[in-house]
Write a protein that binds this ligand. Structure first.
Ligand SMILES: C[S@@+](CC[C@H](N)C(=O)[O-])C[C@H]1O[C@@H](n2cnc3c(N)ncnc32)[C@H](O)[C@@H]1O
Length: 225
């Protein structure tokens, strides 16, 4: 618990209440596997909390596919300055998330039931997080439309992070990604450290390209006449 105290600081009692709820109702309702209970802290809570190392102050965050609240609830506990939307399509899970928000008294969290690909018009946030939701190739198409230009997708990934990044090359270009980077957070706190794929959103993306295309065509017609 020494590391947990270091990571959560004064918010440790709230994190403990969340861990207890996951181990109890989370397992009972099938949101967390019973075998995860013994490794809840290292593999789930601390692994998610260390992502806060790379999230700027006061950021607006959407956590795609929160499930039982990972990483979204953990980030809200450890970083009260963040405003976090937990985006989750399944009612059983949004019910669980709403109970967590109420029980843990987290004023910086809202729960939104929906699929990422259906809510792009509603968001233009600083950071999108996602853990164990979809391969990067699919995730990029869901996450980048939710970001403001310069905003960041932080995808928690495992050993295949580099391979997923390569496989997503086309879709990253199509959605106007500005830069991509692999990074590790939580060195010395979790073993192995948490691997993140960071994608910085550009200005355009698919919609921007569609809008710019006719203007380019017009200029080239003028030049040729
Ligand atoms: C394997 S769970 C991971 C849950 C949590 N992020 C974690 O790490 O424990 C994947 C979650 O993504 C959600 N999901 C699947 N498709 C989605 C979509 N299109 N938009 C948002 N969430 C989605 C599922 O309902 C599920 O809760």
């Amino acid at each position: 618990m020494g590391i947990a105290r270091e990571v959560f600081g004064g918010a440790l009692p709230v994190a403990e209440r969340y861990a207890a709820f996951l181990a109890d109702a989370g397992v009972e309702r099938g949101l967390i596997g019973p075998r995860e209970v013994d490794r809840l802290w290292e593999r789930h809570l601390i692994n998610c909390a260390v992502v806060s190392e790379v999230i700027p102050a006061d950021a607006r965050v959407v956590d795609i596919g929160s499930g039982a609240g990972l990483p979204g609830i953990v980030l809200a506990i450890v970083r009260p300055d963040l405003r976090i939307t937990l985006l989750e399509p399944l009612l059983r899970r949004t019910n669980f998330l709403n109970e967590c928000v109420e029980m843990l008294d987290l004023p910086n969290v809202e729960v939104r039931r929906g699929r990422a690909e259906d809510v792009a018009d509603e968001f233009s946030v600083d950071v999108v997080t996602a853990r164990a939701v979809a391969p990067l190739e699919r995730l990029v198409g869901w996450a980048l439309p939710l970001l403001r230009p310069g905003g960041e997708l932080l995808a928690l990934k495992g050993e295949r992070a580099a391979a997923e990044l390569e496989e997503a090359a086309d879709v990253l270009e199509r959605f106007g990604a500005r830069t991509t980077e692999l990074l590790q957070v939580g060195q010395g706190m979790v073993d192995p450290p948490t691997t993140l794929v960071r994608v910085v959103a550009g200005r355009g993306g698919v919609v921007g390209r569609r809008q710019r295309a006719p203007r380019r065509a017009k200029r080239s017609r003028k030049r040729s006449s």
